[in-house]
Design a protein around this ligand. Structure first.
Ligand SMILES: Cc1cc2nc3c(=O)[nH]c(=O)nc-3n(C[C@H](O)[C@H](O)[C@H](O)COP(=O)(O)OP(=O)(O)OC[C@H]3O[C@@H](n4cnc5c(N)ncnc54)[C@H](O)[C@@H]3O)c2cc1C
Length: 369
């Protein structure tokens, strides 16, 4: 596995431009730098300015589309642990999650299915939940407990990964947009910006919601869904919650600084609204009302409501792999917090050694071409 400051090979001379300095671009930049690549990261804004700066940050495999997606997400959890073992702890809290989005037979089916996949899951009773989280009101009869899950402070993790990459020679160019990817005779030659062209042998497109326009200009189809998300954040309160709650009214977590956070749409990562048309403050007040139901003893005030677009490819699944001219590699996905570490590791292996990963196979961009 890749370690900061250790076993770094001499620069290969291959120059890679990573477009996008979110959690995906910074994870890839780090893994490329560890592998000895000469890396430039280009972002039209700054590190962590996109979806990664407005994310709920839940790392989980309990939500998944199918078995292959579960395997990738489960490997995603393992990859974060491996990364932390290799470079030191990141701002990730492994406090598990309690889920009562469903009740009765539906909850039992979800629990059984996850158990059969080899996932850590147990059913807890109201009394057990009460003992575990004494500040919690409005308790369900039963909940599923997923002890393997965690939450990241996504902005801080992204910054640390960027710093790792920089410490191994990666250079960051921020406030500069990639206007086009350049190629000649079927090979990548660089990236065009309003400030001039930057030459490269490889371009990794990790620009989140900004990726489709750049890919499509290269003749690479990258259909994307419009999936806005609003994140409601309270002012800090005393510590009451060291785990994720997946309630029937949405997910709740508390950040290390005491602020409580809830994405405002009820259906978590499968949310299908393609526009938010109500005033954000009204949506946030409704979210705050739902948080108050679970924490009736807290005096909660809203600090911020943040609107951001989730980078969700057309079929809802990650798009990771080579496409178009030689040297172009795409990495565009939702649940990027869950998947950043594993995608970076597998993608860099594919870039350097060829596409051999069973885990990434279903997510190659070829499915849209
Ligand atoms: C409200 C919300 C809640 C979420 N909750 C979770 C969760 O609980 N768990 C989970 O796993 N995932 C969650 N996600 C999804 C997750 O945050 C994203 O999948 C992840 O942040 C994507 O990272 P990224 O680096 O691909 O994209 P981004 O963070 O969006 O970064 C892309 C970067 O590319 C730059 N860029 C774009 N176009 C260009 C260009 N032309 N030139 C140069 N730079 C460009 C942007 O400035 C940006 O910095 C959530 C997302 C949202 C919005």
């Amino acid at each position: 596995m890749l370690r900061v400051g250790e076993g770094i090979r001499a620069m290969t001379g291959q120059k890679t431009i990573v477009i996008g300095a979110g959690i995906i671009g910074c994870s890839l930049a780090r893994a490329l730098a560890v592998a000895g690549e000469n890396v430039v990261v280009l972002d039209s804004a700054r590190v962590g300015a996109g979806a990664s700066g407005a994310s709920f940050g839940w790392i989980n495999a309990s939500f998944h589309a199918d078995k292959a997606h579960f395997r990738l997400r489960h490997a995603g959890i393992a990859a974060w642990h491996q990364l932390e073992a290799d470079r030191g702890a990141l701002p990730i809290h492994w406090g598990g999650a309690f889920c009562w989005e469903e009740q009765g037979a539906a909850m039992a089916r979800t629990g059984d299915a996850l158990g059969q996949l080899g996932y850590g899951v147990e059913t807890v009773t109201r009394a057990q939940l009460q003992r575990r989280l004494p500040g919690l009101g409005c308790l369900p009869e039963h909940a599923l407990h997923f002890p393997e899950e965690g939450v990241a402070d996504v902005s801080a993790v992204t910054r640390e990964l960027a710093q790792d990459a920089a410490s191994m020679g990666a250079r960051f160019v921020t406030g500069v947009a990639a206007d086009a990817i350049c190629e000649s005779r079927g090979r990548i030659t660089g990236v065009r910006t309003a400030q001039g062209e930057i030459a490269a042998d490889r371009v990794v497109l990790a620009a989140g919601c900004g990726a489709a326009a750049l890919a499509e200009a290269m003749g690479v189809a990258l259909p994307m869904l419009s999936r806005p998300g609003l994140l409601t954040v309270t002012r800090p309160v005393a510590p009451v919650l060291d785990t994720v709650l997946v309630t029937e009214g949405g997910e709740i977590r508390q950040l290390a600084d005491g602020r409580i956070m809830m994405p405002t749409s009820a259906g978590h990562q499968g949310d299908s609204a393609n526009a938010i048309t109500e005033p954000p403050l009204e949506i946030a007040e409704a979210a705050l009302g739902r948080i108050r139901r679970y924490f009736p003893r807290l005096s909660l005030n809203m600090e911020e409501v943040a609107l951001a677009w989730r980078p969700v490819p057309g079929d809802g699944l990650p798009v990771v792999g080579a496409a178009g001219p030689e040297g172009l590699y795409l990495s565009v996905l939702h649940s990027g917090v869950t998947l950043a570490a594993v995608v970076a590791e597998l993608a860099v292996r594919e870039m350097l050694e060829g596409p051999r990963s069973d885990l990434l196979g279903p997510y190659h961009p070829a499915r849209f071409q």
